[in-house]
Design a protein around this ligand. Structure first.
Ligand SMILES: Cc1cc2nc3c(=O)[nH]c(=O)nc-3n(C[C@H](O)[C@H](O)[C@H](O)COP(=O)(O)O)c2cc1C
Length: 364
């Protein structure tokens, strides 16, 4: 790629050689019927693969209780492991590096997704109010959660560990633990949600205990060099906010340094909601400086913004969500400074195996 454009320069992440810094952000597409990845995902991911490119999969549930939406993929059965294999193989065949984002949605769920119609689990029993979805005309509703007991937490840690093992068995190069966007691990980290009085609540150290136990277990299982963690300390998605995001972010990256994991992937403070970019006085520079591994940023980046972030050493890699969703050949378009396809929100989460999924055009 063109060495004159910082975003398109090579980068070595651990032992892996990347040819550019344009990462596919994790994107839930809800086309994995009955939680099993489908053959159409082979084309979708392979379209977004470039030689030496880094891809992060859509959020993938670690267990049946981790589900919060219809038709998201999982990694807790043999059928799911087998179904991921051809998808991972297709990415590897084109020279891509592929990490699986492993996920537990916690209270961002409803009884219809839970085994035996039970209540979803969380750090708390505080119920989430209905949240807009996709185009914003529809709302997801959520059930009152049940706080995990102190004895159940090790089982969930173990579910993350087993899912990571399964990801490696499916052929993934590593996993990204989903510690962002209001899901289970964030429901523990953030003080506006976590109201526990046991050793998993209260102080920053206590609130971060469970996510760090997950990091440790997963790193022990598959090797720290194959583990990333996604965080969004500044965001308030799914009513999950913290009164001191600076302290939370810094505490987490300093703790991660002890485990020597491969990367930390952080959502920009300017992302007020999952789809809205605003002006913001905060920055991720302190976290970037404190973290010893590869630092990935995401949230509202365009080409110029990404080039600047790399040129100014505010990040090693930049993850693109909506632009990559709509532009399968995004690194090439950035290289040529070519025009971009517009994304269509209406089809982000629809279940069609082609429309809004694999039918975004390539450059001629
Ligand atoms: C359709 C869609 C699905 C998403 N799914 C996930 C997901 O599975 N896991 C995750 O961590 N973030 C998810 N996100 C957030 C994106 O990874 C990214 O942080 C966000 O879109 C902001 O980046 P962008 O401005 O480049 O789109 C999703 C976003 C969109 C638009």
């Amino acid at each position: 790629m063109d060495t004159a454009i910082p975003l398109l320069t090579p980068y070595k992440i651990g032992n892996l050689n990347l040819s550019h810094r344009v990462v596919l952000a994790p994107l839930t597409r809800q086309r994995s019927y009955n939680n099993v990845p489908q053959p159409h995902a082979v084309l979708y991911y392979s379209q977004r693969t470039s030689n030496g490119g880094f891809l992060i999969s859509e959020a993938t549930c670690i267990s049946p209780t981790g589900r919060g939406y219809t038709d998201t993929p999982g990694l807790w059965t043999e059928e799911q492991v087998e179904a991921w294999k051809p998808i991972v193989d297709a990415v590897h065949a084109k020279g891509g590096i592929f990490f699986c984002q492993i996920w537990h949605s916690g209270r961002v769920s409803n009884t219809c997704y839970q085994p035996n119609g039970e209540a979803p689990v969380s750090s708390t029993d505080k119920q989430l109010s209905p949240q807009p979805r996709g185009s914003g005309n529809e709302f997801d509703t959520f059930a009152k959660p049940r706080p995990l007991t102190i004895h159940e937490i090790p089982h969930v840690v173990n579910d993350f560990r087993l899912a990571a093992r399964n990801a490696i068995r499916a052929g993934f190069d590593g996993v990204e633990i989903h510690g962002a966007n209001g899901y289970l691990l964030e429901q523990f980290m953030k003080d506006k949600v976590n109201d526990r009085i046991d050793e998993y609540g209260g102080s920053l150290e206590n609130r971060c205990r469970f996510p760090l136990e997950v990091v440790e277990a997963v790193a022990n299982e598959i090797g720290a060099e194959r583990v990333g963690l996604r965080l969004s300390p500044y965001a308030e998605y799914a009513e999950c906010g913290d009164t001191n995001p600076e302290a939370l972010g810094l505490y987490m990256v300093n703790a991660l340094n002890k485990y020597g994991i491969l990367y930390c992937h952080v959502v920009e403070p300017r992302m007020i909601t999952a789809g809205e970019k605003g002006e913001c006085p905060h920055s991720l520079v302190a976290m970037r400086k404190a973290f010893n591994g590869t630092f990935i940023v995401a949230g509202g980046y365009d080409r110029e913004d990404g080039i600047k972030a790399i040129a100014e050493d505010r990040a090693d890699l930049v993850a693109y969500g909506r632009l990559f969703l709509a532009n399968p050949d995004l690194p090439k378009r950035f290289q040529l400074n070519a025009p971009l396809n517009k994304y269509n929100r209406e089809t982000f989460y629809t279940s069609d195996p082609v429309v809004g999924y694999t039918d975004y055009p390539f450059l001629e």
